[in-house]
Design a binder for this molecule. Structure first.
Ligand SMILES: Cc1cc2nc3c(=O)[nH]c(=O)nc-3n(C[C@H](O)[C@H](O)[C@H](O)COP(=O)(O)OP(=O)(O)OC[C@H]3O[C@@H](n4cnc5c(N)ncnc54)[C@H](O)[C@@H]3O)c2cc1C
Length: 428
């Protein structure tokens, strides 16, 4: 005897979005603009928690330029490219400025912020647009289970909650983020639900995260920030080289350049990753020449003219060169040691601060498992993904929000296209 047909709450929502963060809100707006009735379900009582804390409360909403090299994935770079450039950056900016009426400014480092410097204004504008488009947002509604069902040859999803009746929808967009900063609601349960539907979840690790120093002496430099060029190597090959500001913290290393490279350490699977610093990066003087110039000034004073004094002292200590020596007194091996610590100083790290402070999660649902045009699952028709839940991570500078906006819009439009079912929906 065959099983009785599943009992479903009727009528189902045409489109439901799980997660009202950056990607989910855009998905909801664009699904509604395409003509569907949309419900967005959000764990937190109020949507957009991570947007609020972003950019130090200012929300670095976009970069002013974006290239494929600003992103990393362990999956298909073609799919990443197709999705990323499906909404040109100037159009994304026009959407926020003209349609959401958020006035924006570009800072000298290329980061785009709301002119008000208030991330709250970005959340408010997104919520206003949701309201204008008739999106129903249900806060405090954490989806615990998703079942994919075929009812009368029609695909439906049944969504279960910790308490209360289940809901049903015809198309489902999973925009639940990753694991970083779990207090904002992204606790990884969305990834578990993707798994339960047959998707893989690829090599999760914290990214854009401060690193922990092995040598406690680095921690004594806490608070010092300076430009550097960092070179990461692992498994016998060069992984990445980047220039930017490094900040010493009371636990190790942070600052944009460290955050950008941190994923190599956290995603190395235990394999040793080496980080070497060239202090001052491309603005460094020719240290070899400076240290060869005969003179009566001490090496400590010479280095202190270019570097923060505490760092100069630390490098002299590491190179085992007495700071009082003059350049004339320096032995050749000492000079070579010092130049090595100035241009290729090893920063030994013991992992990262983890998801509690990571800005994003690297890894996630593989790009090979979704359509490069619509973000629809290749495994479960009618299921779409958007944002950080996918195996793509951007560098610091507004790139992660760009990914969330672009994929949210695409998934929203696609999920609302060619809906067979009634466009009506139950009242919430
Ligand atoms: C401190 C910090 C600062 C940052 N600053 C910037 C910045 O300035 N610029 C930038 O580009 N990026 C920044 N980022 C990264 C950026 O915030 C994320 O990449 C982006 O928010 C990802 O969007 P998302 O919608 O995919 O996920 P999220 O923003 O994490 O949203 C996912 C939502 O889904 C909800 N959810 C999860 N599970 C469920 C469930 N089972 N049921 C219902 N709802 C659920 C969560 O509550 C959450 O609201 C920052 C991140 C952090 C942590």
């Amino acid at each position: 005897m065959s099983d009785p047909p599943p009992v479903l709450p009727e009528p189902p929502w045409p489109v439901a979005v799980i997660g009202a963060g950056a990607a989910g809100l855009l998905a909801a707006i664009f699904a509604a603009r395409t003509g569907a009735r949309v419900v967005a379900l959000e764990t937190r009582p109020v949507p957009g928690a991570k947007i609020r804390v972003s950019g130090g409360g200012r929300c670095n909403i976009l970069p002013s330029r974006a290239e494929l090299g600003d992103y990393a994935t362990s999956g298909s770079r073609n799919t990443m490219r197709n999705l990323l450039f499906s909404w040109p950056l100037h159009e994304v900016r026009r959407f926020f400025e003209e349609e959401l009426r958020i006035s924006m400014k570009v800072e000298p480092n290329g980061k785009v912020f709301p002119s008000s410097d208030r991330s709250q204004d970005v959340v408010a504008a997104l919520l206003k647009e949701c309201q204008r488009r008739g999106v129903t947002i249900l806060g405090g509604r954490s989806v615990q289970r998703i079942e994919s069902l075929l009812v009368d040859k029609r695909r439906l999803f049944r969504l279960g909650f910790p308490a209360g009746s289940p809901m049903a929808c015809g198309r489902l967009i999973l925009a639940t983020g990753g694991l970083s900063l779990p207090r904002t609601g992204s606790d990884g349960h969305g990834l578990e639900m993707a798994r339960s539907l047959g998707h893989a979840v690829r090599s999760l690790h914290p990214a854009l995260v401060p690193l922990l120093a092995v040598d406690p002496r680095w921690r004594e430099l806490s608070g010092i920030s300076l430009p550097v060029r960092l070179r990461t190597t692992g498994g016998g090959r060069m992984l990445e080289e980047r220039e930017g500001d490094l900040l010493f913290t009371h636990r190790g290393f942070s600052g944009p350049v460290v955050l950008d490279l941190s994923r190599h350490v956290t995603g190395s699977g235990g394999e040793q990753v080496r980080i070497e610093a060239a202090w001052l990066g491309s603005n460094a003087p020719d240290w070899g020449a400076i240290l060869r110039e005969p003179g009566r000034r001490s090496v400590a004073v010479l280095l202190g003219e270019h570097l923060p004094r505490r760092l100069a002292d630390q490098l002299l200590l590491l190179a085992r060169v007495p700071g009082m020596r003059t350049t004339s007194e320096l032995r050749r091996e000492e000079r070579e040691q010092l130049v090595r610590h100035l241009t290729a100083c090893s920063l030994e790290v013991a992992g990262s601060e983890g998801y509690a402070t990571a800005e994003v999660t690297a890894g996630g649902v593989p790009l090979e498992e979704i359509s490069p045009r619509t973000l629809e699952s290749r495994i479960v028709p009618g299921l779409y993904f958007a944002g950080e839940i996918l195996d793509v991570v951007g560098r610091i500078g507004g790139f992660n929000f760009l990914w969330a906006w672009v994929t949210g819009r695409r998934a929203g439009e696609a999920a609302a296209t060619n809906l067979e079912e009634s466009r009506g929906a139950p009242s919430s």
